[in-house]
Design a protein around this ligand. Structure first.
Ligand SMILES: NC(=O)c1ccc[n+]([C@@H]2O[C@H](COP(=O)([O-])OP(=O)(O)OC[C@H]3O[C@@H](n4cnc5c(N)ncnc54)[C@H](O)[C@@H]3O)[C@@H](O)[C@H]2O)c1
Length: 267
């Protein structure tokens, strides 16, 4: 049992039906918050936590869906104190990653080929990754800050970034979106400090979630060996950093990036 450091707070976690988001939702609930789990998979969101927590269908790429979900949070909880922007997508059809992997395999066979992504990345693939990962973070933050401003209560926003923002070791639109989230975190931290709203980011390293399901063990081991601790993170280890920033333990942190990457790099 964790300490109840978030007792009385009302929280929302996007992309909370599985993986890191579900672990964050559970951790915030254990710490005493009432949690709204938002996910495009509404049925999955509803199964993460029992009442009085709620699970809502919410597509972060659709402003109307986001605004509806936050209206439902207001109706159920009266407002919101904590938002965790966790929904994100690493890759999408048309982003060139299929050709990237194919070229990588050819290179492994000794063929002299370029491993291209930029020249194969179509608008649709670029925009799909940006829309969920970057624009979704903006849409949900805007909806939450509107509610916080109505109540005049302050609050805490935690954006889930990625080591990819710093290392550039991922699909190009994904690395771009995650790096932009750092800029958004810092500019909003400046803007919203006067309202008592703190804005921070957490950069997870490789974390064992369903995105790694089905990958060969040697691939997972190669990913794990990037960290000094020679393993991937568990979602709960990311959730611990989020709980710190969300509540009063993180009361003097704003505009910061907390890196939870097993020492894969230092900043
Ligand atoms: N797993 C990792 O190694 C890792 C590393 C660094 C950062 N991250 C970041 O952590 C976050 C969670 O990653 P994960 O591995 O748990 O992912 P995941 O794919 O397991 O879970 C993502 C959740 O987001 C939901 N979702 C997808 N599209 C949505 C939309 N349009 N609106 C609302 N919800 C939507 C999915 O239904 C799913 O429940 C992401 O932002 C990811 O980029 C993950």
């Amino acid at each position: 049992m964790q300490m109840e450091r978030l007792k009385g707070l009302r929280a929302a976690v996007t992309g909370g039906a599985q993986g890191i988001g579900a672990a964050i939702a559970r951790r915030l609930a254990e710490e005493g918050a009432r949690v709204a789990v938002l996910d495009i998979n509404g049925d999955g969101a509803a199964k993460v936590l029992p009442s009085p927590h709620i699970g809502l269908a919410c597509d972060v790429t659709d402003s109307a869906s986001v605004d509806k979900a936050f209206a439902e949070i207001k109706a159920a909880f009266g407002g919101i104190d904590v938002l965790v922007n966790n929904a994100g997508r690493g890759s999408a059809p048309g982003d060139g990653m299929d050709k990237y992997y194919a070229a990588q395999a050819e290179q492994a066979e000794g063929k002299d080929v370029f491993i291209d992504q930029t020249i194969h990345c179509e608008d649709a693939g670029w925009l799909a990754v940006m829309d969920i990962t970057l624009n979704g973070t903006f849409r949900c933050t805007r909806a939450a800050v509107r509610l916080m401003a109505q109540e005049g209560i302050g609050g805490s926003i935690v954006n889930i970034g990625s080591t990819a923002a710093v290392q550039g070791n991922g699909p190009i639109p994904y690395c771009t979106a995650k790096a932009a989230i750092v800029g958004m975190t810092r500019s909003m931290a400046r803007e919203l400090a006067g309202r008592g709203i703190r804005v921070n980011a957490v950069h997870p390293g490789a974390t064992e979630t369903p995105i790694y399901n089905g990958l060969p063990d040697e691939v997972k081991q190669a990913v794990a060996s990037d960290s000094l601790l020679n393993r991937m993170a568990q979602p709960e280890e990311v959730a611990g950093a989020v709980a710190f920033l969300a509540g009063s333990d993180g009361s003097f942190a704003t505009g910061s990036v907390v890196t939870v990457n097993g020492g894969a790099y230092f900043i």
